[in-house]
Write a protein that binds this ligand. Structure first.
Ligand SMILES: [Zn+2]
Length: 350
């Protein structure tokens, strides 16, 4: 199986995040996550690890707001130029735009930060833009590979994009939850030039950014299985009655789960999501694969086991669709490689 990975991910390494209740803690989303995964993939021996191809900004502009992308690219430099009497390592806002004040973007860098950031867990550091771009390029390269192989050999194929930073909390014009560019959404949109796409998100957290991007589109069916947002981050998206709008009505589906669900309940829910995908008959599948559904994940509160993760992979691979697997969350570093290998196992044969 081909894996797209860029060393540039390591340029994004915020020293901290602001956690629940305002505590400043070391970030859970670290470069070590990727090192753990690479180690497991290399030890397995069945993965070919490739650098991403170079891409223009166009496929990223296709799903993200132009002003937001300019902000991501320039925010750290602008922040460093701002005179302060303390040392600066990362940009985070202290205010949030909420309703975005009728689209008025402030000139101030702190004002813009509050406008484009949804929370305090996506600090922008010196290398964030470069790392986020490389991460999106991994997803795009995997998408291009499966689209080309599909037409060449007429069988289902898959590729893995080892994306970091992750992407599914990044919306059309906002970052948050460790995410800046929505890698899965960029890949899914790019694939729509060849046919309809289903984007299934199995990360522990609701795919609010993906939901935001595709909510009014019927050519990308989006589905997300996640902890109930009534109790869990990202709180304001991911409810069962959010089913799309306009042309996209009926093309978004959320599957909120209570804390503590086990493999059996999870797999029953997955079955419903897979039935919907089968009815939709997409040409491609993009999978937002978050390993924080694992029972011992420090950020998760559902109880899926490694065996359960393997079965989730098998059930999805049984759709036999050309598939791009995109890495999202997963913060139990000691088990991250094992869980991901278990998940990807079925896609070797697919
Ligand atoms: Zn997550």
């Amino acid at each position: 199986m081909k894996v797209y990975h860029s060393d540039l991910h390591a340029l994004h390494a915020p020293a901290f995040e602001i956690f629940d209740g305002g505590e400043k803690i070391p970030s859970f989303e670290t470069p070590e996550r990727v090192e753990c995964i690479l180690q497991a993939l290399r030890a397995d021996g069945r993965f070919e690890i490739l650098p991403p191809e170079q891409w223009s900004l166009d496929p990223i502009r296709a799903v993200h707001d132009e002003g937001y992308l300019t902000f991501l690219e320039t925010a750290f430099t602008d922040w460093m130029r701002e005179p302060t009497d303390y040392e600066k390592t990362a940009l985070l806002p202290s205010t949030f735009a909420l309703s975005r004040r009728a689209g008025r973007v402030p000139a101030s860098i702190l004002g813009r930060a509050g406008y484009y950031m949804m929370d305090l867990s996506a600090p922008i550091v010196a290398g964030t833009w470069q790392a986020a771009l490389a991460s999106a390029h991994c997803a795009l390269s995997a998408a291009r590979l499966i689209s080309s192989l599909r037409s060449a050999v007429q069988t289902s194929v898959s590729a893995f994009a080892l994306c970091r930073p992750p992407g599914h909390h990044a919306g059309r014009a906002f970052c948050g939850g460790y995410c800046y560019i929505n890698n899965a959404a960029v890949a899914a949109h790019w694939l729509t030039q060849f046919g309809n796409v289903a984007l299934l998100d199995v990360d522990y957290h609701a795919a609010n950014g993906t939901q935001d991007i595709f909510y009014e589109r019927a050519d990308v069916l989006t589905l997300s299985i996640h902890a109930d947002p009534a109790e869990e981050y990202p709180y304001y998206w991911g409810y069962a009655d959010e089913t799309g709008a306009g042309e996209g009505k009926g093309y978004h589906q959320n599957f909120p789960l209570p804390f503590g669900v086990d493999d059996t309940t999870y797999l029953k829910t997955l079955e419903r999501a897979l039935e919907r995908i089968a009815t939709y008959r997409p040409a491609f599948l993009v999978l937002s694969a978050g390993m924080d559904i694992y029972g011992q994940d420090p950020l998760g509160r559902i109880r899926v086991t490694t065996a359960g993760i393997a079965e989730i992979g098998r059930q999805i691979a049984a759709l036999a669709l050309p598939t791009v697997v995109v890495l999202e969350g997963g913060y139990h570093n000691a088990a991250l490689g094992t869980n991901l290998l278990a998940f990807l196992e079925a896609f070797h044969a697919a």
